[in-house]
Design a protein around this ligand. Structure first.
Ligand SMILES: [Zn+2]
Length: 159
Protein backbone atom coordinates (compact mmCIF):
# COMPACT_ATOMS: atom_id res chain seq x y z
CA UNK A 1 0.00 0.00 0.00
CA UNK A 2 2.76 2.39 1.03
CA UNK A 3 4.63 1.58 -2.18
CA UNK A 4 1.65 2.63 -4.33
CA UNK A 5 1.29 5.81 -2.37
CA UNK A 6 4.94 6.68 -3.03
CA UNK A 7 4.52 5.94 -6.73
CA UNK A 8 1.48 8.15 -6.79
CA UNK A 9 3.42 10.93 -5.13
CA UNK A 10 6.28 10.57 -7.59
CA UNK A 11 3.95 10.77 -10.60
CA UNK A 12 2.19 13.74 -9.07
CA UNK A 13 5.47 15.60 -8.66
CA UNK A 14 6.57 14.73 -12.18
CA UNK A 15 3.38 16.16 -13.66
CA UNK A 16 3.66 19.21 -11.43
CA UNK A 17 7.26 19.85 -12.54
CA UNK A 18 6.44 19.45 -16.23
CA UNK A 19 3.47 21.82 -15.90
CA UNK A 20 5.65 24.44 -14.21
CA UNK A 21 8.35 24.23 -16.85
CA UNK A 22 5.77 24.63 -19.57
CA UNK A 23 4.48 27.82 -17.96
CA UNK A 24 8.00 29.18 -17.55
CA UNK A 25 8.88 28.53 -21.17
CA UNK A 26 5.68 30.18 -22.27
CA UNK A 27 6.52 33.24 -20.20
CA UNK A 28 10.12 33.44 -21.44
CA UNK A 29 9.33 33.12 -25.13
CA UNK A 30 6.08 35.04 -25.19
CA UNK A 31 6.23 36.89 -28.50
CA UNK A 32 3.49 38.90 -30.08
CA UNK A 33 3.02 38.00 -33.71
CA UNK A 34 0.37 39.74 -35.81
CA UNK A 35 -0.31 40.06 -39.52
CA UNK A 36 0.45 43.29 -41.37
CA UNK A 37 -3.30 43.93 -41.60
CA UNK A 38 -3.67 43.62 -37.83
CA UNK A 39 -0.78 46.04 -37.21
CA UNK A 40 -2.20 48.44 -39.78
CA UNK A 41 -5.61 48.55 -38.11
CA UNK A 42 -4.08 48.98 -34.63
CA UNK A 43 -1.58 51.75 -35.50
CA UNK A 44 -1.85 55.10 -37.23
CA UNK A 45 0.07 55.65 -40.49
CA UNK A 46 3.21 57.09 -38.91
CA UNK A 47 3.35 54.49 -36.12
CA UNK A 48 2.98 51.73 -38.71
CA UNK A 49 5.64 53.25 -41.00
CA UNK A 50 8.17 53.57 -38.15
CA UNK A 51 7.60 50.35 -36.22
CA UNK A 52 6.69 47.83 -38.91
CA UNK A 53 8.44 49.32 -41.99
CA UNK A 54 11.55 50.46 -40.06
CA UNK A 55 10.95 54.10 -40.88
CA UNK A 56 12.28 57.22 -39.20
CA UNK A 57 10.20 60.23 -38.22
CA UNK A 58 11.56 63.70 -39.07
CA UNK A 59 13.86 65.20 -36.42
CA UNK A 60 12.10 67.56 -33.97
CA UNK A 61 8.71 66.39 -35.30
CA UNK A 62 7.76 63.72 -32.75
CA UNK A 63 5.87 64.35 -29.55
CA UNK A 64 8.58 63.19 -27.12
CA UNK A 65 11.92 64.69 -28.26
CA UNK A 66 11.43 67.58 -25.82
CA UNK A 67 9.21 65.76 -23.32
CA UNK A 68 10.43 66.02 -19.72
CA UNK A 69 7.75 64.48 -17.50
CA UNK A 70 8.50 61.74 -15.00
CA UNK A 71 7.29 58.31 -16.09
CA UNK A 72 7.65 55.27 -18.34
CA UNK A 73 7.81 54.94 -22.11
CA UNK A 74 6.36 51.68 -23.46
CA UNK A 75 6.14 50.08 -26.90
CA UNK A 76 3.30 51.55 -29.00
CA UNK A 77 2.65 48.10 -30.51
CA UNK A 78 2.62 45.75 -27.50
CA UNK A 79 2.79 47.94 -24.35
CA UNK A 80 6.04 46.43 -23.10
CA UNK A 81 7.79 48.96 -20.84
CA UNK A 82 11.02 50.10 -22.54
CA UNK A 83 12.53 53.29 -21.09
CA UNK A 84 12.34 55.30 -17.86
CA UNK A 85 12.31 59.11 -17.88
CA UNK A 86 15.28 58.92 -15.46
CA UNK A 87 17.46 57.75 -18.35
CA UNK A 88 16.23 60.35 -20.85
CA UNK A 89 18.61 63.15 -21.72
CA UNK A 90 18.73 66.17 -23.99
CA UNK A 91 20.84 65.02 -26.92
CA UNK A 92 19.91 67.87 -29.25
CA UNK A 93 19.35 65.38 -32.09
CA UNK A 94 15.58 65.88 -32.36
CA UNK A 95 14.52 62.42 -31.20
CA UNK A 96 13.90 61.18 -27.65
CA UNK A 97 17.23 59.87 -26.34
CA UNK A 98 17.96 57.55 -23.44
CA UNK A 99 21.25 56.23 -22.08
CA UNK A 100 19.76 52.79 -21.32
CA UNK A 101 16.57 50.71 -21.63
CA UNK A 102 14.62 49.61 -18.51
CA UNK A 103 16.55 46.34 -18.72
CA UNK A 104 18.44 44.49 -21.43
CA UNK A 105 15.63 41.93 -21.94
CA UNK A 106 13.14 44.42 -23.38
CA UNK A 107 15.15 45.26 -26.49
CA UNK A 108 16.98 43.45 -29.27
CA UNK A 109 19.99 45.07 -30.95
CA UNK A 110 20.69 44.24 -34.58
CA UNK A 111 23.34 45.36 -37.08
CA UNK A 112 21.82 47.64 -39.72
CA UNK A 113 23.73 48.41 -42.94
CA UNK A 114 20.92 50.28 -44.74
CA UNK A 115 21.29 53.82 -46.19
CA UNK A 116 25.06 53.37 -46.62
CA UNK A 117 25.73 53.46 -42.86
CA UNK A 118 26.70 50.85 -40.29
CA UNK A 119 24.37 51.31 -37.35
CA UNK A 120 22.83 49.25 -34.57
CA UNK A 121 19.08 48.96 -34.86
CA UNK A 122 16.98 48.75 -31.67
CA UNK A 123 13.83 46.59 -31.66
CA UNK A 124 11.21 45.69 -29.05
CA UNK A 125 11.99 42.15 -27.85
CA UNK A 126 8.33 41.22 -27.55
CA UNK A 127 6.85 42.29 -30.89
CA UNK A 128 9.92 43.18 -33.03
CA UNK A 129 8.78 46.79 -33.46
CA UNK A 130 11.53 48.98 -34.90
CA UNK A 131 12.25 51.63 -32.26
CA UNK A 132 15.35 53.45 -33.50
CA UNK A 133 19.12 53.05 -33.26
CA UNK A 134 21.77 53.02 -30.54
CA UNK A 135 24.98 55.06 -30.89
CA UNK A 136 28.18 55.05 -28.79
CA UNK A 137 28.12 58.81 -28.13
CA UNK A 138 25.83 58.99 -25.08
CA UNK A 139 26.49 60.32 -21.58
CA UNK A 140 27.64 58.37 -18.49
CA UNK A 141 27.05 55.88 -17.01
CA UNK A 142 26.67 53.83 -20.21
CA UNK A 143 28.13 56.11 -22.91
CA UNK A 144 25.23 55.01 -25.13
CA UNK A 145 22.53 57.02 -26.87
CA UNK A 146 19.34 55.14 -27.63
CA UNK A 147 17.87 57.37 -30.32
CA UNK A 148 14.18 56.42 -30.43
CA UNK A 149 11.28 57.51 -32.63
CA UNK A 150 8.43 59.16 -30.70
CA UNK A 151 6.00 57.28 -32.96
CA UNK A 152 7.18 53.92 -31.61
CA UNK A 153 6.60 54.68 -27.91
CA UNK A 154 3.81 55.74 -25.55
CA UNK A 155 4.40 57.72 -22.35
CA UNK A 156 2.55 57.28 -19.09
CA UNK A 157 3.33 59.25 -15.94
CA UNK A 158 4.02 57.59 -12.61
CA UNK A 159 3.55 59.14 -9.18
ZN1 LIG B 1 6.63 45.84 -28.64
Amino acid sequence: MKKYFLQFLLIFFLIFTIACNKNNNKFMSEKIIKTEEEWMSQLNDEQYYVTRLRGTERAFSGKYWNHKEYGIYSCICCNQDLFLSDTKFDSGCGWPSYFSPINSNVIIEKKDISHGMIRTEVLCSKCNAHLGHVFPDGPPPTGLRYCINSASILFRSID
